[in-house]
Design a protein around this ligand. Structure first.
Ligand code: MRU
Length: 378
């Protein structure tokens, strides 16, 4: 077991993780992404000069995670506008790149609407592109602010649910600065607990098949000097049985109107385990992830990904596995694999949904609608 007790100190903060940024070199504007397929071994940037390159980065998970997909979508529209491409066509390509995270379409729509409004008001091409870029930047700032607010609300709720302090938190997938304009969603809550000395341990699910937990969350936890331990997803049950988990914290890709939560595959089994073991199961997500237009969990489209990500190991690390089967085989050639990228947890298994506007608990459609009504952004 990889035990990181030596890191259990709050030291100097490392520099912010530049998961995505807009740049304007003389050759023209670009969107620069930290290529998440290369982490943790290499910190390599990917420079997108057009929408097809960005769509490929989204589909290969070089850029990923719901809030960051929203930002990528918004900046993608701005990129298309600035480079003189058809904005409607770019918006359609970006929105269709992955189906489950509602933030992607939301970010695209926001920037495209700003562009359209500017055009309707008589702006020229440059002015309309500037409006799309400002919309992307505004979403970026809002996402960072939402992260900070969720961290505060989430920590307060944890302290209320677990008055003894010294929280042992289990998390799944990656929900930190890599997926956000700020410090993330669920991970930001664990980080806030760490900063005030109340994180006893962060249990990090490896997150098969693409290893967002071991490659990305462990990377972020190590950077932050947090006490973390990595486990294979199927070891979670024995960890609960041993009484080693005080709370589960996950993010979300889409929250339906009834409070059903789509998140990385493997989240639902954790919710079942948490219920059985009477452990709080908390979902931390900005209101941009709530989709009141999707009535329930059954209506959420779950992305099905290439079976090569399961039958070969390279699939976890590079686009090569997604496209061509050049990885190390871990199953007989030709094996069919079931590879949904997400699963759906019903509201009755969720203790609370924590947003930047506060928490909903118990999780009901009415409670969620009331919380959304408080925000002008939904
Ligand atoms: O397929 P991914 O890596 O994009 O999936 C990401 C997740 O499932 C995250 O848990 C979710 O987007 C929440 S991130 C705040």
């Amino acid at each position: 077991m990889a035990d990181q007790d030596a890191h259990n100190t709050v030291g100097a903060e490392p520099p912010a993780l530049p998961s995505l940024r807009w740049e304007e070199p003389p050759e023209g504007p670009v969107l620069v992404l930290l290529d998440q397929t290369r982490l943790p071994t290499e910190e390599v940037e990917l420079v997108c000069t057009d929408v097809p390159a960005l769509v490929q980065a989204i589909q290969t998970l070089a850029v990923r995670g719901a809030p960051l997909l929203g930002l990528a979508g918004a900046y993608g529209v701005a990129l298309a506008a600035r480079r003189g491409f058809d904005v409607d066509e770019a918006a359609a390509q970006l929105s269709g790149a992955r189906p489950t995270a509602v933030n992607l379409g939301y970010g695209v729509r926001r920037a495209a609407a700003a562009h359209r409004t500017a055009c309707e008001k008589g702006a020229d091409e440059e002015g309309a592109a500037a409006a799309a870029l400002e919309a992307a930047r505004e979403l970026h700032r809002q996402d960072a602010a939402a992260s900070a607010a969720m961290a505060g609300h989430g920590l307060a709720l944890l302290d209320e649910l677990l008055p003894g302090g010294g929280h042992r938190i289990l998390t799944h997938c990656n929900t930190g600065a890599l997926v956000s304009g700020g410090e993330g969603t669920a991970f930001a809550v664990a980080l806030a607990a760490h900063r005030v000395g109340r994180l006893r341990r962060l249990w990090v699910d490896e997150t098969r098949p693409l290893l967002q937990g071991s490659r990305l969350t462990a990377y972020e936890a190590a950077r932050r000097g947090m006490a973390y331990t990595l486990l294979t997803d199927n070891a979670a049950g024995s960890l609960f049985a041993a009484g080693e988990v005080d709370a589960v914290l996950i993010g979300a890709d889409r929250i339906a109107a009834d409070g059903s939560v789509a998140n990385k595959v493997g989240s639902y089994p954790l919710a079942v385990l948490a219920k059985y073991h009477h452990v709080p199961f908390l979902v931390v997500a900005p209101l941009t992830t709530v989709d009141l237009g999707t009535p329930d969990g059954a209506a959420i489209e779950v992305e099905q990904r290439s079976g090569l990500e399961v039958t070969e190991l390279t699939g976890a690390f590079s686009a090569a596995g997604v496209e061509g089967g050049s990885g190390l085989p871990v199953a007989p050639l030709g094996t069919q694999a079931y590879n949904p990228a997400f699963d759906v947890t019903p509201p009755e298994l969720v203790t609370a949904i924590v947003t930047e506007e506060g928490a909903v608990s118990p999780v009901t459609g009415t409670g969620l609608a009331e919380l959304c009504a408080r925000s002008r952004r939904v």
